[in-house]
Write a protein that binds this ligand. Sequence first.
Ligand SMILES: *Cc1c(COP(=O)(O)O)cnc(C)c1O
Length: 423
Amino acid sequence: MQHHFEKAKALDQADELARFRGYFFNQEKLIYLDGNSLGQLPLKTKELMSQLVAEQWGERLIRGWNEHWMELPSRLATKIARLVGAQPDEIFVGDSTSLNLYKLAFAALSAQQGRTKIVSDALNFPTDLYVLQGLIQQQFRQHRLELIQSHDGISIGEEQLEKMLNEHTALLTLSHVAFKSAFMHDMTKVNQMAHKKGALVIWDLSHAAGAVDLALNATNADMAVGCTYKYINGGPGASAFLYVRKDLQARLNNPVASWFGHNRPFDFDMQFQAADDIRKFGVGTPNILSMAAMEPGLDLLLEAGMPALRAKSVQLSNFMLEMIQQELLPLRFSLASPLEAVKRGSHLSIQHPEAYRINRAMIEPNDGSKAIIPDFRPPDNIRMGFAPLYNRFEEMAETVQRIKAIIQSAEFERFGKEKLTVT
Ligand SMILES: *Cc1c(COP(=O)(O)O)cnc(C)c1O
């Protein structure tokens, strides 16, 4: 392991983003590899929240809407637009990713009359599939959902994807980066393939936003949704976002009509009239506290810049991958992520028959070593996320060393096989 630690040291010294770690709430005895489930707390957010609650909510009360809060969602939208390569008037911030997908999928299926096929893939996140299943049951009873299968549980072949698309396809919806394997679709190619068949595409960017370079406009993406509590560090349950390309906005309608999607909500008109811009996708009053908490994390990403962040993410993952190959494959681990960096997001999954208990031992060491938090995804995946804003190369080497120690001492046998609720 010694040479890995030396390499880590050199990489940390050369890291141009190293200073960003200091802007986060770090803990000395913790290595956090779960920034792809819940990002770390920016120190500025901590300060901002207590100030905002006391001054804006406490003192200003309802006046806070005009003074601060009405403009907050669109200011965040402008920043998210920069992050994902879109225009400010193509992004709506609010609601959850699931609800945003529901709204956009409903709108897309309604706009694609006569087409009854919905295509997704077997690597997609369960909530996305549940949303589609629910839509079919409630409203689109003639539609059917077809999943592109994966040969290896890791990736999806482009030819397979192309074969699934035809003139009956209304909608193709995919996670840009797969939550388990980190497989990343080629957005440009997939959009082209789908558009050739007249299908609309919704991308789920939850594991991509803030982790990989996105260019929604340049790749001619139709629609997208994404969450902000992963790599954007917006905090637990932070508001999600959605994107609709400008020229599609008139054709697509939000199935949930509400006052914040109204053209003039404060006229208190008795008749609903949808806003004629991206605001039409709003549902009710924005979650101001949670949105405010998102802004410092977003600002840090924009300051660092996505090209530099992506470059560091690839370096972190490649370094970890090299150590997995040399140190962990001989210990009955296997790799459950693509080998090539261009086909990966910012995490790696490894598999082991004892993955669950190894994961527990990483989180709860009993030898005074640092706690390491990856996450467990059934049946046997340990998933390690790399957040280029705050993860260090040395942490990668420490993690591999710790996993080796857990296996060699059979320390995982301290734990039972029954699973905790949140893994
Ligand atoms: C995290 C994640 C979600 C989260 O959905 P919520 O509705 O915000 O809970 C959705 N899709 C994908 C692909 C995710 O990774």
